[in-house]
Design a protein around this ligand. Sequence first.
Ligand SMILES: *[C@@H]1O[C@H](CO)[C@@H](O)[C@H](O)[C@H]1NC(C)=O
Length: 706
Amino acid sequence: MTGQTDIPANVKGALDLDPWLTPYARTLSSRRNLADKWLQEIKESTKDKNLTLAEFAREAYASYGLHANKVTREITYREWAPNAKRAFLVGDFNSWDETKNELIERDAYGVFSGVIPPTATNDYAIPHDSRVKVVFELEDGSRIYRLPAWITRATQPDKETAAQWGPSYEARFWNPENVYKFKHKRPSFNPDQESLKIYEAHVGISTPEEKVGSYKEFTANILPRIKELGYNAVQLMAIMEHAYYASFGYQVTNFFAASSRFGNPEELKELIDTAHGMGIMVFLDVVHSHASKNVTDGINMFDGSDHQYFHSLTSGRGEHPLWDSRLFNYGSFEVKRFLLANLAFYIDFYGFDGFRFDGVTSMLYLHHGVGEGGAFSGNYDEYLSEFSAVDEEAVAYLMLANDLLHELLPKGGTAIAEDVSGYPTLCLPRSIGGVGFDYRLGMALPDMWIKLLKEKKDEDWDMGQITHTLSNRRYREKVVAYAESHDQALVGDKTLAFWLMDAAMYTDMTTLKPATLVVDRGIALHKLIRLITHSLGGESYLNFEGNEFGHPEWLDFPNANNGDSYRYARRQFNLVDDKLLRYKHLNDFDKAIQHTEGKYKWLNTPPAYVSLKHETDKMIVFERNGLLFIFNFHPTESYSEYRVGVEEPGCYRIVLNSDKKDFGGYDRIDDKNSEFFTTPLEWNNRKNYIQVYIPSRVALVLTKQE
Ligand SMILES: *[C@@H]1O[C@H](CO)[C@@H](O)[C@H](O)[C@H]1NC(C)=O
């Protein structure tokens, strides 16, 4: 135990925010010390150059891998492979001749480097987009064939090659004459003042057609939708190259290669630049928590050993117990170089504006949040005691990753943690002793909604529990709220809309007949669930593509079990474009939420004050940033003169009304002509009240008239 008197200065800020952390001050401090020690080591490794972390990462991606020198027309190649004795570059360019291009230099750490001189006509010796491989000779004289670990492009083999050599991805040297020229600056974003509204998307499924969508199609067809809806960030999944499409991008094989299924690197740049031109930031769903086990087209067993990038197989830390994948050794200097350079590369080369770090819970704990280790009660011992099973190297790595991001993008660079454990200090700044993330995903929220829809009748919904779950977050640690993400859409589960309306979505979504009871309920609750999650659940909001209009069904990628079908690996934007279907109502409501927030701001403001959660009336009322939110979850009761408390006196008017016809409601409230004058009598702990007409399953947002 550390007494108040000897609180380590390097975590004092975090303890000031949460005094309950005080008994764990020494643990927090030593975790920070490890990251700071690593920072020092990195600095020292750059010797008299005295590079910063960002300069270190940039130098790494600019020197490792293959690089064309525009002036000399030489190509340089650098690769770390400590278990190898010799290394050779082969490819179409030298007819796969293993004797021609040996990487002559090998330093004490096992880093090979070499130069491929220009041709006799002073051209690059390796043609643009031609295939290459690295061959390592091991101690025993055997040779292994790998894709360069830093390769920026890998493609599926054509049929002939696959028949002869197997289905492994092929590395390509990307060196186009015409490099895409960025036209737009990154959108300015001040995370302290502005709200973050994220549209989560997967390029391949962003088409109604049964095929793999492309970067170009996304740029042309989806970005305008995102803009119109009012989101200011798009979060792209499955960008890092993954040989297995059905892994949804989470079994990465080539960390520096943007998935070639969707197009080429220049086309991804164009996508990001176009988003920037619309004022939309682009985040990368970055997978540094684990890696595909593939050897011939991944980085597993890269230098022939089982412990180069990863913990060894015999250590018990080298494999994920559930994901059938390899786990990085964050303690290794070269692994840190690889991963940090990887982050800097996506920011510099493509223009990404931030990261959603996948699998943070798995990284943080030696038990990976699996089995008993996954049952977090919130007791601080689970995170910060000697029994906490925290992987301090992973914590330190995440600290450095966040340092790097914030050094590269000091204004607006955004880091989001996929953490379900609730690790305290995860989203506090590094400077006060936090891990340095800007946001964590509010992973308890979608779970709550699914559970309610699966297990509870509407009349049994617990207003207290709903408001508690939506408001339950750590002081000053921001949360991205969401009702459903890609997780909830995966096969085995289904979208919220489908939980609500199920098979009725195939027959009853038409506007040509009155809504059935099922569709009526589904549309009403879909709106309420999104609005209350948006307004009460966090400091930022996330929507997974398609769910803004109540996408039916689920997601299932082509695989052996479904006969390689794309039927469920697409988003049916045709549904929302069909004026005779009710999806457009849900879409327009989503748009109204984002734009109302854009105008009146509630996300990036202090948490709401909940003045009412009434179990019999099924009413929830709260205020946030001066706005008044009123929800009636009752399945049947409408209230004509419902009294709700409000702190500030004045005249209130409606700025968002879920009952509007445009949103699939009944226009029962004349919101244009409604003015609500407060009565100066205390009600529900607020100084004033107003009385409103609030029909069953309707939500209203009011603002005070100036
Ligand atoms: C491993 O590679 C093969 C082709 O080489 C591919 O079919 C498979 O999906 C890959 N697996 C993973 C998990 O990346």
